[in-house]
Design a protein around this ligand. Structure first.
Ligand code: SME
Length: 184
């Protein structure tokens, strides 16, 4: 699989930064998402453990974009519980409907928050976070089994490009769910 990844993505503009993930040196996130999505799909196709895959995806997103915090909350019982992440220490449990994550869980929609101080009920795991995007992840039953959460230390740092790009990564995760037993 690794040889396949290198063959598909080698080229002058490509910078090989992780063991098998490559992306362009550009400030255009759309370009980077377009490069990452198929590579992440290939990466997790060969591993059926959900936590292992989410851990690597968080690492790839941190490496590629330098996000302040990127990680996952997974539904366990009646709460969202902290999963694999990269960044500073984070809150471990979030109630459905609370904070940006709980809101995305309950509404089943991606939420972009340009200024977290203006989002009622925002949960400030770190005072340095200024803007945020949360993407829900759906299981086979159409229910949300977790969310992908990304925080920035800059105001208004997320756009439709992030919504689409992170949505593409979440789609790759959702495709592995039939192989990955969920402990919900
Ligand atoms: N800000 C989130 C909580 C999780 S942290 O950002 C890591 C929220 O309001 O749900």
């Amino acid at each position: 699989m690794l040889k396949g990844l290198r063959r598909d993505f080698c080229g002058d503009i490509i910078n090989l930064v992780a063991e098998s993930i490559a992306f362009s040196k550009t400030s255009d996130r759309r370009v980077i998402y377009d490069e990452l999505v198929p590579q992440i799909g290939a990466l997790i196709e060969g591993e059926e453990d959900l936590i292992a895959n989410l851990a690597n995806i968080a690492a790839v997103l941190k490496e590629a974009f330098g996000f302040f915090w990127v990680g996952f909350y997974l539904k366990k019982g009646e709460q969202l519980v902290l999963g694999p992440f990269q960044g500073p220490l984070a809150c471990t449990r979030i109630n459905f409907g609370e904070g940006v994550c709980g809101h995305a869980y309950s509404t089943k929609e991606t939420i972009i928050v340009p200024n977290v101080d203006e989002f009622p009920g925002h949960i400030a795991c770190s005072s340095a976070a200024r803007s945020e995007i949360v993407v829900p992840m759906f299981g086979n039953n159409g229910e949300v089994f977790g969310v992908l959460d990304v925080d920035s230390d800059r105001l208004d740092d997320f756009s439709e490009a992030d919504s689409a790009g992170l949505g593409g990564i979440v789609s790759a995760i959702e495709k592995m769910i039939p192989k990955a037993p969920l402990n919900m």
